[in-house]
Design a protein around this ligand. Sequence first.
Ligand SMILES: NC(=O)c1ccc[n+]([C@@H]2O[C@H](COP(=O)([O-])OP(=O)(O)OC[C@H]3O[C@@H](n4cnc5c(N)ncnc54)[C@H](OP(=O)(O)O)[C@@H]3O)[C@@H](O)[C@H]2O)c1
Length: 324
Amino acid sequence: MKAIIAKQPGGAEQLQITERPSPIPNGKELLIKVEAVGVNRLDVIKRESNTDHLEQPILGVEVAGVVEKSNPNSNIDKGTRVMGLVSGGAYAEYALIPSDRAMVIPDNLSYEQAAAIPEVFLTAYQTLFWLGNLQEDETVLIHAGGSGVGTAAIQLAKQLKGANVIITAGTTEKLNTAKTLGASYCINYKEQAFDQEVLQATDDRGVDLILDFIGASYWEKNLASLSVDGRWVLIGTLGGSTVEQVSLTELMTKRIQLTGTLLTPRNDQYKAKLATEFIAETSKLFKNNQLKPVIDRVFNFDQMSQAHEYMEENKNIGKIIVKL
Ligand SMILES: NC(=O)c1ccc[n+]([C@@H]2O[C@H](COP(=O)([O-])OP(=O)(O)OC[C@H]3O[C@@H](n4cnc5c(N)ncnc54)[C@H](OP(=O)(O)O)[C@@H]3O)[C@@H](O)[C@H]2O)c1
């Protein structure tokens, strides 16, 4: 089968299509004929990594496709359209997924749309509700509001909890998209001090929850933006991972709960439980278009390098998809 690997750790030019044997499913996996894959920041990190690309040479963590081979323990039959997170190996004509983690694609969605769901919607669902404990009518600050995870999180916070959503993003286009998805207050972090804007929008109270993809460069402003007893879920470090001169006093006085997480290293049971709960809570909302996968661009399989470069230029609003 055709598959994409990084020849050497490095830039997008290192990506190449190569021939690999098709994977063979064990008794708990489904073999999927891949129709579309999502591009993720993690793929970029793995492409650059000296060690990861040797462990799992075929890149990619999410797929949408059709079941080519099922197993006797699964209630998902051959021919079913499925989407989900895979443990590497998505950038290929065939991929394996543990059957209890595969999600049946709602009928109204194409493969490209389905490939835009697993990584960003599951991350957003897990961080908003399992880790962030977002409650009805609370206020959440979602950074990178035009990102894949950001566009998913805005919709989930709004549609599942009726939350008040404040976002930050770096372009007017991204702010406008966030507004159409349900954000009520949108801040251009390049032009405005977001902490001051957040305090103004919340009558100086601050927000109940922050989804933070940025990390170090937002540390001070995040502290200032949180309410007393606020929760802060760290999901990414796009703005750096080392904070100089941390004062812990404000964390204590505001009784802030700070949690970090990475979805990919979580174990199989966790991912299966997350996928099962997510699809139970959301498939109706995808069917009636209350939730929508947000796709910026669809590239062809032989354009994977361009797809990676596009992500690294921070141009995308929502997901970058590659179709096979
Ligand atoms: N922890 C987990 O389990 C998990 C899972 C999935 C993703 N993630 C992380 O979540 C983040 C978002 O992923 P994604 O795929 O949704 O990303 P994406 O679609 O590529 O969007 C990222 C956006 O973040 C903004 N950004 C980049 N650098 C920034 C900086 N220094 N300061 C402020 N904003 C910056 C840019 O938009 P602007 O134009 O607004 O600047 C960029 O387009 C990534 O860090 C990713 O690694 C974590």
